[in-house]
Design a protein around this ligand. Structure first.
Ligand code: GLP
Length: 242
């Protein structure tokens, strides 16, 4: 695991974007695993600039997002599909049909999970999986518990997660109670993982995830088992690592 801590946001973003761009240079048909949340936004902005300047192309790439809320109306500003379109896809040369986000409005959610796994199986493995980190150690929406699920599945969101994400909704009551998420098994199949964490409020969970015991009570701790993980932290998030 290679852990880098950055003093300046611009360096954090340039490093993350540079890693993704160099992968696309080597392999234009890369399969990218995408994440939402605030941590990757600056990297997505940097990639948009690089794409405009002709420094990177997504024309042959495909993407698979980690997760999506269940039951938000189509086009809802806080759906992860809307987030990805607004923050990245609408501004780069990717073909929209090559971008995939689980459908949180599918009539049969279990069937949607099976379809998503089948697509990942057929088009994967993911070359680079971007991840954020929840305050409770979740990755995607894999919440801590007695056990973890390998494949894509429907999850009940924990109160801590709903509260953390309430900042994007009019009130806590508006935050969906369920989501579809890729499982920890699918995440660990990626050839390389790029974990992005920002903020002092994440310092404790960063330490537990990267240096603590490997346990389903902290899903991100399973990343310690993966052979190729790059972690980018700002000073706040990295504050408790020696
Ligand atoms: C949400 C997403 C996660 C994301 C996490 C952290 O819960 N489902 O995939 O990693 O938020 O977000 P942030 O980057 O804002 O800390």
């Amino acid at each position: 695991m290679n852990i880098y801590t950055f003093k300046h946001e611009a360096d954090f973003n340039a490093t993350g974007a540079g890693l993704i761009a160099s992968l696309l240079h080597t392999k234009p048909r890369s399969v990218l695993g995408m994440a939402t949340g605030s941590s990757p936004i600056g990297i997505y902005q940097r990639l948009i600039e690089m794409n405009r300047q002709g420094l990177v192309s997504f024309a042959k790439a495909s993407t698979y997002n980690l997760d999506e809320y269940v039951g938000l109306p189509e086009g809802h500003p806080e759906s992860y599909r809307s987030f990805m379109n607004e923050k990245l896809f609408n501004h780069i040369d990717i073909k929209m049909e090559n971008t995939h986000v689980p459908d949180g409005n599918a009539a049969d959610l279990e069937e949607e999970c099976r379809k998503y796994d089948a697509m990942l199986e057929e088009n994967g493995p993911v070359d680079l999986q971007i991840l954020g980190l929840g305050h409770n150690g979740h990755i995607g929406f894999n919440e801590p518990g007695e056990s973890l699920i390998g494949g894509t599945h429907v999850v009940e969101l924990q109160e801590k997660t709903r509260t953390a994400n309430a900042r994007f909704f009019p009130s806590l009551a508006d935050v969906p109670t369920q989501a579809i998420t890729m499982g920890v098994g699918s995440i660990l199949k990626a050839k390389q993982i790029l974990l992005l964490v920002r903020g002092e409020d994440k310092a404790e969970i960063v330490k537990r995830a990267l240096k603590g015991p490997i346990t389903s009570q902290c899903p991100a701790s399973l990343l310690q088992c993966h052979p190729n993980v790059v972690v980018l932290l700002d000073q706040g998030a990295g504050g408790l690592l020696s």
